[in-house]
Design a protein around this ligand. Structure first.
Ligand SMILES: [Ca+2]
Length: 281
C-alpha cells in the first residue's frame, strides 16, 4: 500500500472511531425496563430503589437538619413530560378540564391551544397537573424523587446526562430562537441579553416548546428524557404560601436553570414554561 493509501486508511479509521465515539455519547441509554400506560399512551421507565440525601425545605428553614439519607423508589416515572396528546385523552374522558387555565399566557406559547399534540402539556396549574396524574392512577413526584431520578441517584451530578455543560443537543433552553417566542416580553430582552440569559451560540430550531423526547443526548442512564429544559416540572412538594416546587428549567430559561439542583417555588398558576410528568408506585 502506498504511503498515501496507508494515510487515507488511517485517517478513515480515525474518522470512523471518532464517529463511533460520538454515536456512543449521543445515543440514549435504553431504559432497563419500560411499560406503556394504556389510558394515556405515555411510556414509563423503572426507577430503581435507592438512597438519597434528604433535601432542605424550600424556602429554607434556619437550623434545619437535612443531612441524613432517605429511601427513594422503586417507582415508574414518565419517560417524558405529559404530552398534549395524553392530556387530550384525559379531557375526552372528562377526567381533566377541557379548557385548562392558561388564562394569562399568550397563545403561541401554549401547546394545547395550538394543537401541538407531541409537545409537553404546558400552561396548566398544579391542580390540573395533579388531576391528570390521578387519572392514570399515578401522582406527581416529590422534589426528592425528581432529583433522585434526574441524577440517577448520584447526589451532586450537575446535569441529567452528566457533567458536560448544556448545548443545543442536550436540552431545549433559551437559545438564539427563544426571543421570537417571548413576544410581548420584548421589554425584558435587553436585560436578559445583558445577564447572559440568551445563548446565541445555540440553535435547536425551537423558539418555545419542542416535541417531548427530542434530545436523546440529554437522556439519563435510566432512560428519562427532558429532565432538563423544555418545561419546568411540577412536583408534589409544597414550597410555602400555597406554592409548589418545580424542577428542570424551561425553553425560556438560561442554561444555568437546567442544573439538577435548581429549585424554584411556583404559585398554583399556569405558565408556558411549566409542565409536568407523573410517577406510579
Ligand atoms: Ca430552543
Amino acid at each position: 500500500m502506498s504511503l498515501r493509501g496507508s494515510l487515507s486508511v488511517s485517517i478513515l479509521a480515525a474518522f470512523f472511531s471518532v464517529q463511533a465515539a460520538n454515536a456512543q455519547e449521543t445515543q440514549p441509554a435504553m431504559p432497563t425496563k419500560s411499560r406503556i400506560d394504556k389510558k394515556s399512551g405515555l411510556t414509563f421507565v423503572r426507577v430503581p430503589k435507592g438512597s438519597y440525601r434528604e433535601l432542605p425545605s424550600l424556602p429554607a428553614k434556619p437550623d434545619e437538619e437535612h443531612d441524613h439519607a432517605v429511601t427513594v423508589g422503586p417507582m415508574w416515572m414518565g419517560m417524558t413530560d405529559v404530552t398534549v396528546s395524553a392530556y387530550a385523552k384525559c379531557a375526552e374522558a372528562q377526567a381533566c378540564s377541557a379548557s385548562p387555565s392558561a388564562r394569562d399566557e399568550a397563545k403561541p406559547r401554549c401547546a394545547w391551544k395550538n394543537g401541538l399534540l407531541t409537545h409537553p402539556m404546558n400552561c396548566v396549574s398544579w391542580a390540573e397537573a395533579a388531576q391528570f396524574c390521578k387519572w392514570i392512577k399515578g401522582r406527581l413526584p416529590t422534589a426528592a424523587e425528581w432529583e433522585y431520578a434526574a441524577t440517577s441517584g448520584q447526589f451532586g451530578k450537575p446535569y441529567p446526562w452528566g457533567d458536560a455543560p448544556p448545548d443545543g443537543s442536550h436540552a431545549n433552553y433559551c437559545d438564539v430562537n427563544c426571543p421570537k417566542a417571548l413576544g410581548e416580553d420584548g421589554k425584558n430582552l435587553a436585560r436578559w441579553e445583558k445577564e447572559g440569559w440568551i445563548d446565541r451560540d445555540q440553535n435547536d430550531g425551537w423558539a418555545a416548546t419542542s416535541p417531548a423526547g427530542s434530545y436523546p443526548a440529554g437522556a439519563t442512564p435510566w432512560g428519562l428524557l427532558d429532565m432538563a429544559g423544555n418545561v419546568w416540572q411540577w412536583t408534589s412538594s409544597p414550597a410555602g404560601d400555597g406554592k409548589h416546587e418545580v424542577r428542570g428549567g424551561s425553553w425560556d430559561n438560561p442554561a444555568k436553570a437546567l442544573q439538577t439542583s435548581k429549585r424554584l417555588a411556583w404559585a398554583d398558576r399556569p405558565d408556558a414554561g411549566m409542565g409536568f410528568r407523573c410517577v406510579k408506585d
